[in-house]
Design a protein around this ligand. Structure first.
Ligand code: GLC
Length: 549
């Protein structure tokens, strides 16, 4: 097989192999839907502790917890009313301390979710800010005068729809919110706001967290002059056309990088440096900027073009190649298929076809970069069909039936077949309905060596044991139509047949390490490898070559 010698791919070797998070598999927990320890129908921190053995058995190295901080739950935790306290129905600070300790004992690190763009409207900072124009924290939020005719201060729209401004009669000004009106945006030009977040970061680092996932970190700072966004034209992308404007002045402002560099310096200053994993819903060329020079901004930045790409070799390979080519030297990609906002990949990419689910898992776990699995990915859990009355997400409540909100990907984890699904007590109504518990649950899949769960675990173990798969470079390999193949490091290769027809891939000698479809470990590859419909394999080449890279 000929290597396509493109400039993509990074040399192996060097200090980038050492930090734990580069070779890690991370796992997102949506706490309210993970495991319910007190039978109130909602998951909680003690529930997570009770299932740490599952995560250790699976082989994950770190967990990211969607917010467990205090919140009135207008946006289910993403509207924080106290950054240093735990939401009572999820547990206590002592529970979180115990979680960090118990996870650590199993070699699992814990990342918290940091929500710096906005607080809850019930946060004491905002209560003070809105109390009068002269309030001590007035400038902690973005206030502006309405136009003389009473219309909003500028044309910005909320990413949740509608105007980004809400008038506040008490002081006659309007406040900015890029999401719900219950989520007022902080003013990141204000040094006191920056200092307050330094304290929040220190607070959690001192409790032993390994880092933070940073919510919408690309939007936190807005144009100082609050200029109107340009009106979208038909040449603009879908999102701009949907909102009627290009988000030029309220997202991706250059000054956001000053804030991220400040956080990086702060977390690098700990004896054991902590990591920053940014939520960065931006095109790939813009994504690269959030890594700074490769050492001074985010350690990891979520790749939304990858999540949103069609499940075809051309679409996914294009994103991966562009990412490989544009990230600064030393920067490390992140690959994700599902999260609590973007739905579950078994449905979105794989149309709930088990062969494609398995193929997608193999892909996620064998690219160069850190995979972040979402709870349930490991059992191939797809989206759950919900009715209007089930809606909990404010977006589903507001926009049904035009948009069904994000709840279909937030339904509870399915631990075993039977009432309560091992998530909560039998007879307790979960806060969101279960999916098909019989078809997808941890207990049954654990005892089935052919299950998706068994495959996920084998993939993680293989990756853990092979430096090529953890740290090796990525190089696209030439492959027939419908196939995406790449080389990892010196000796490994990955081949995905993303079609329903069998194919043969020529030019390879070595052995299969693992197949997504059937038992093929150690099967020799002599000249050609056959791939069944929607089958992916990881293989090892017979001999290392001098082009290893
Ligand atoms: C992020 C979160 C999402 C939340 C939004 C506002 O995108 O992932 O769940 O609604 O920020 O905080």
């Amino acid at each position: 097989m000929t290597l396509r010698e493109t400039p993509i791919g990074r040399p192996e070797g060097g200090p980038h192999e050492d930090p734990w998070w580069r070779g890690a598999v991370l796992y997102q927990i949506y706490p309210r839907s993970f495991a319910d320890s007190n039978e109130d129908g909602m998951g909680d921190v003690p529930g997570i502790i009770a299932h740490l053995d599952h995560l250790a058995w699976l082989g994950v190295d770190g967990i990211w917890l969607s917010p467990v901080t205090r919140s009135p739950n207008a946006d289910w935790g993403y509207d924080v009313s106290d950054y240093c306290a735990v939401q009572p129905d999820l547990g206590t600070l002592e529970d979180v301390d115990r979680l960090i300790a118990e996870a650590g004992r199993r070699g699992i690190r814990v990342l918290m979710d940091l929500v710096p763009n906005h607080t809850s409207h019930e946060h004491p900072w905002f209560l003070d800010s809105r109390s009068s124009r002269a309030a001590a924290k007035r400038d902690w939020y973005v206030w502006a005068d309405p136009e003389p005719d009473g219309s909003p201060p500028n044309n910005w729209v909320s990413s949740f729809g509608g105007p980004a401004w809400t008038p506040d009669p008490a002081t006659g000004q309007s406040y900015l919110h890029n999401h719900l009106a219950e989520q007022p945006d902080l003013n990141w030009w204000n040094e006191e706001v920056r200092l307050a977040f330094d304290e929040v970061i220190r607070f959690w680092c001192d409790r032993g967290v390994a880092g933070f996932r940073i919510d919408v970190c690309n939007v936190i700072i807005k144009d100082a002059e609050l200029r109107d966004n340009p009106v979208a034209t038909e040449d603009d992308d879908f999102e701009a056309q949907l909102f009627g404007q290009r988000a030029v002045y309220n997202t991706n402002r250059p000054e956001v990088h000053d804030v991220i560099r400040r956080w990086r310096a702060l977390v690098d200053g700990f004896a054991e440096p902590r990591i920053l994993l940014g939520e960065t819903p931006v095109p790939v060329d813009v994504l690269a900027e959030y890594y700074g020079d490769g050492r001074d901004e985010l350690h990891l930045a979520f790749n939304f073009p990858f999540i949103s790409a069609a499940f075809t070799p051309d679409a996914l390979r294009a994103v991966v190649e562009q990412t490989e080519a544009s990230l600064p030297l030393g920067a490390w990609p992140v690959w994700t298929g599902s999260n609590h906002d973007m739905f579950r990949f078994p449905t979105r990419w794989a149309e709930d076809d088990p062969r494609r689910v398995r193929l997608a898992l193999l892909m996620l776990l064998s690219l160069r970069g850190t995979p972040v699995l979402y709870q349930g990915d490991e059992i191939g859990l797809g989206n759950t069909k919900l009715a209007q009355g089930d809606m909990r997400d404010p977006l589903g409540v507001r926009y049904w039936p035009y948009y069904e909100g994000r709840d279909a990907g937030r339904t509870p984890m399915q631990w075993r077949d039977g009432p309560g699904a091992g998530f909560t007590g039998a007879g307790v109504e979960p806060w969101l309905p279960f999916g098909d518990v019989q078809a997808h649950n941890v207990e049954d899949q654990r005892s089935d060596p052919g299950s998706v769960l068994a495959l996920a675990r084998r993939l993680i173990a293989l990756r853990r044991g092979e430096r090529d798969l953890r740290a090796g470079s990525y190089r696209t390999l030439d492959a027939p139509e419908g196939v995406w193949a790449w080389r990892r490091g010196g000796r490994h290769f990955v081949a995905l047949n993303m079609s329903g027809d069998p194919v043969a891939l020529p030019g390879l000698d070595g052995a299969v390490r693992l197949s997504s479809a059937r038992a093929r470990s150690d099967e020799p590859v002599v000249g050609t490898v056959a791939l069944g419909p929607w089958e992916g394999i990881i293989g090892v080449l017979a001999a290392p070559t001098s082009t290893a890279g």
